[in-house]
Design a protein around this ligand. Structure first.
Ligand SMILES: COc1cc(C(=O)NC2CCN(C)CC2)ccc1Nc1cc2c(cn1)c(C)nn2-c1cc(Cl)cc(-c2ccccc2C(N)=O)c1
Length: 309
């Protein structure tokens, strides 16, 4: 039992009353911040009858003091359960008891790209092309269904046994109700600052301007930079300074980057959201069409750089 997991408010056996499925609670995977600054937790859970193993995201109800917190988890579930795509984490169900809300999700045994990043730092260009293409295919599906993810970051990009990318955590996602709608969720901004580092937050959100699909393209630009350079583009050791750099769009493109990579990153990290390419344009960019794209990656890429000769 890891020290972070007191787990006392989560029973060892969890029953979904709707489907009468019993899950056995297994390993604690980790936790992440939720809307109230409290923590939801993720465990390995096993359907005792079928033996199927999932990632169970468990949100304590005691966190939901205000009405809008229940609305937020309802929104997350409504958005995620409507998804069905190879590069979106599978949604297998949800239920609640007196203590918690439980979300049953596809287990990705190779964890998230944050662990890959911590272990490998800068990746090769073919690997970056491989991961980015799958992220773009997943985000294209979201945008085609009028969903903005709004929290694309390495910790929300999970990897399965076949090293395929699965986009997860729709806790900050939003559905646009009409073309041209610009979101202005003030509490969204509050949540983003509340839960630690700004990760890959777009300048228009920091400046509390309306925002839309372009914020996901900005985040993908930050992800591409981080995968190729080995560290995030706006990282400093002060939140205030990081925000300042994001607002001023101040980042350095190292000289070792190939031209097509530098050009693509700068297209995505533009201060004006309207100047950024849409996801379908990104997929046909020369960075993807002119360089080697591995059809798959070996699991060894989690720890050591592959050779593509
Ligand atoms: C075998 O599969 C895994 C092993 C591990 C692992 O070994 N972790 C070790 C880290 C070091 N400590 C000491 C021991 C455990 C982590 C993730 C796995 N897989 C996995 C995790 C998944 C998913 C699919 N698959 C999905 C889908 N969501 N999550 C997930 C994971 C985490 Cl840590 C937090 C959250 C999370 C919890 C609350 C709110 C939001 C979120 C959120 N980010 O969605 C979600």
């Amino acid at each position: 039992m890891s020290k972070m997991d007191d787990g006392k408010e989560i029973p060892d056996f969890i029953v979904d009353p709707g489907t009468r499925t019993t899950y056995k609670k297994g390993r604690f995977f980790g936790k992440a911040c939720t809307y109230t600054g409290g923590f939801a937790k993720c465990y390995e859970i096993t359907d005792v009858k079928s033996g199927a193993v999932y990632a169970g995201k468990i949100v304590p109800k005691k966190l939901m003091t205000k009405h809008n917190q229940r609305e937020k988890i309802t929104q997350e579930i409504a958005i995620h359960r409507s998804m069905n795509h190879k590069h979106i984490v599978g949604f297998h169900g949800f239920f609640e008891d007196d203590l918690n809300i439980y979300i049953v999700l596809e287990l990705c045994r190779k964890r998230s790209m944050m662990e890959l990043h911590k272990r490998r730092k800068a990746l090769t260009e073919p690997e970056t092309r491989y991961y980015l293409r799958q992220i773009l295919l997943g985000v294209l599906y979201l945008h085609e269904h009028h969903i903005i993810h709004r929290d694309l970051k390495l910790g929300n990009l999970f990897l399965n046994d076949d090293m395929e990318v699965k986009i997860g955590d729709f806790g900050l996602a939003a559905k646009l109700e009409f073309d041209g709608e610009r979101k202005k969720k003030k509490e969204f901004f509050y949540f983003r600052t509340l839960c630690g580092t700004p990760n890959y937050i777009a300048p228009e959100i920091l400046q509390k301007r309306g925002h839309s699909y372009e914020v996901d393209v900005w985040s993908i630009g930050c992800i591409m930079y981080t995968l190729l350079v080995g560290k995030p583009p706006f990282e400093t050791n002060s939140l205030k300074e990081t925000y300042g750099r994001i607002k001023r769009c101040e980042y350095v493109l190292p000289p070792f980057l190939k031209k097509s990579a530098s050009v693509l990153i700068s297209k995505m990290l533009q201060p004006d959201p309207k100047a950024r390419p849409r996801v379908e344009e990104l997929l046909s960019n020369s960075f993807f069409t002119s360089g080697y794209l591995p059809p798959q990656l070996p699991v060894s890429c989690l720890t050591t750089a592959p050779r593509f000769d």
